[in-house]
Design a protein around this ligand. Structure first.
Ligand code: GLN
Length: 499
């Protein structure tokens, strides 16, 4: 069976065919593993491929089908996991040398829930080290390449997950989003990326970057697939103290409700900061929603542009505390020294890359006595102002529309010398994280150099339903060819320079 044949129609169709016994989970898994192996030298989406575990998982699904038991809503669907999600007995590296050789003793809650729903994990995807970055270039295992053009970045930090879905290697993947790391790579790779409301999905087993901002969410080719994945992973978990106890909505039903009467605000302040094609896509999206019956108008929320500065104080502050646990004793790498402090310093010097070190130093600085009020406390005040300005906007709007990114995928190496340039990639995604709200990137248009452009739908806390309604209306009118899967030119000019 060809993999293209198996994956046509996406995750839900695979699950339906596996459940009916028409297609075996093993055949689907084998096809995915073959494609992954073939693409790896060029794209490098994966840090670890778990072929044996995947085939065993697929066989377990097939056995259930044979026995007449329910194998779950994602039966036999291959899924890739960002390598900052803990997987029992399987290396979890965060693309960092410091976690080399570490195998978690437990599965993250999302991993356990996906497996209970019949999904088959095929491996761990590449990311910026500890999810710090917007291009997957800070990975200690080397960059992932964008399947639309392998000389470009896939975005980040969940670049491996986004590229794997965009290249058709897997129909589903999970990422984490602290400041945009699901939505930004989704936009740059022409796939759907969804960041849930803070607390809707358990963070238990997600290696912490900035705990007040981190959320796990899906990548998919279709909104229906993303919605089903969210349905499976959402819901209370007593192992995460920030997990919400609210009942989870029925996302598949929301997707079908249409946008008649939905109040949509276009975030005007972002349009002037986006490239021609990224701003144009939002205007087209707004027109399309109006045509479908939504009530569309422009809104001014200039405070959102201050989100980036606040984020780069708050996120490093939390990271400097979270990353203190990598001490050469408890996890992964150890470089010996004459005493404990020397061992600790040498381990951390050798184990962390430059960007992670930069964040730790920045975070420690802004939390230190004498600077705390001027930087960290001030950033928290800005966070409050952003929450208040969103709240005002949502008095008259059900969702907001914005570009996901300021530009299409940029060339590998283009922003590595200038951290601030790189940070600006998340200008439009970061405010949502500061507010704890959900947001979605829908592949919508083709922009400069024929590369994909995403449009972002933002909603208030627990507004996933209305967000998906707007997203579905956009998906229905998106430019043909604006979303994956795309076949990278394996024999093309980039083949020789891969990795
Ligand atoms: N690019 C942002 C950063 O570097 C966001 C990363 C993320 O969401 N994990 O911090």
């Amino acid at each position: 069976m060809s993999e293209t044949e198996a994956f046509a129609g996406g995750a839900l169709q695979i699950a339906a065919r596996v459940r009916s016994g028409e297609l075996s989970a093993r055949a689907v898994t084998e096809a995915a593993l073959e494609e992954i192996a073939a693409s790896e030298p060029l794209l490098h989406c994966f840090n670890t491929i778990t072929a044996e575990l995947a085939l065993a998982g697929a066989d377990a699904v097939d056995a259930k089908v044979l026995a007449g038991e329910d194998p779950g809503p994602l039966a036999g669907v291959p899924i890739a996991l960002k390598d900052n999600l803990c997987t029992k007995g399987v290396p979890t590296t965060c693309s960092s040398r410091i976690l080399q050789g570490w195998r978690p003793p437990y599965d993250a809650t999302v991993v356990a829930r996906l497996s209970a729903a019949g999904a088959v994990s095929v491996g761990k995807t590449n990311l910026d080290e500890f999810a710090m970055g917007s291009s997957t270039e800070t990975s200690a295992t080397g960059p992932t390449r964008n399947p639309w053009d392998p000389s470009r970045v896939p975005g980040g930090s969940s670049g491996g997950s986004a590229a794997a879905v965009a290249a058709g290697l897997v129909p589903l993947a999970l990422g984490s989003d602290t400041g945009g790391s699901i939505r930004q790579p989704a936009a740059l790779c022409g796939v759907v990326g969804l960041k849930p409301t803070y607390g809707l999905v358990s963070r238990y087993g997600l290696v912490a970057f900035a705990s007040s901002l981190d959320q796990i969410g899906p990548f998919a080719l279709t909104l229906a697939d993303a919605a089903m994945t969210l349905q499976v992973i959402a819901g209370h978990d007593e192992r995460d103290s920030t997990s919400l106890t609210h009942p989870v909505a029925d996302f598949a039903t929301e997707l079908k409700r249409g946008v008649e009467g939905l109040r949509v605000g276009v975030v005007a302040d972002f349009l002037s900061e986006a490239s021609g094609s990224c701003a144009a896509a939002v205007r087209q999206a707004a027109d399309a929603l109006a045509d479908a019956g939504a009530l569309v108008r422009e809104v001014a929320i200039p405070e959102l542009l201050h989100g980036l500065s606040a984020y780069y104080l708050i996120a490093p502050a939390e990271a400097s505390s979270n990353l203190a646990r990598y001490d050469g004793v408890r996890y992964g790498l150890r470089v010996d020294g004459d005493d404990v402090q020397a061992m600790n310093a040498r381990t951390r010097s050798a184990g962390f890359g430059d960007e992670v070190k930069r964040r730790i130093m920045l975070g420690t600085y802004v939390l230190s006595a004498g600077y705390y009020d001027a930087y960290y406390a001030q950033a928290q005040r800005v966070r409050t102002v952003i929450l208040q300005s969103f709240a005002r906007a949502y008095e008259d709007c059900d969702v907001l529309l914005a570009p996901t990114t300021p530009s299409v995928a940029f060339p590998i190496g283009a922003k590595t010398a200038d951290p601030l340039e790189m940070y600006l990639s998340d200008l439009f995604t970061i405010p949502t994280n500061l507010a704890g709200h959900p947001a979605l990137s829908v592949p919508f248009a083709l922009g400069e150099d024929g590369l994909p452009v995403g449009v972002q739908v933002l909603a208030p806390a627990l507004g996933e339903g209305q967000m998906l309604r707007a997203g579905a209306a956009l998906e229905a009118v998106a430019a043909p060819g604006a979303r994956g899967p795309v076949r990278p030119q394996l024999g093309g000019p980039m083949a020789g320079v891969a990795k």
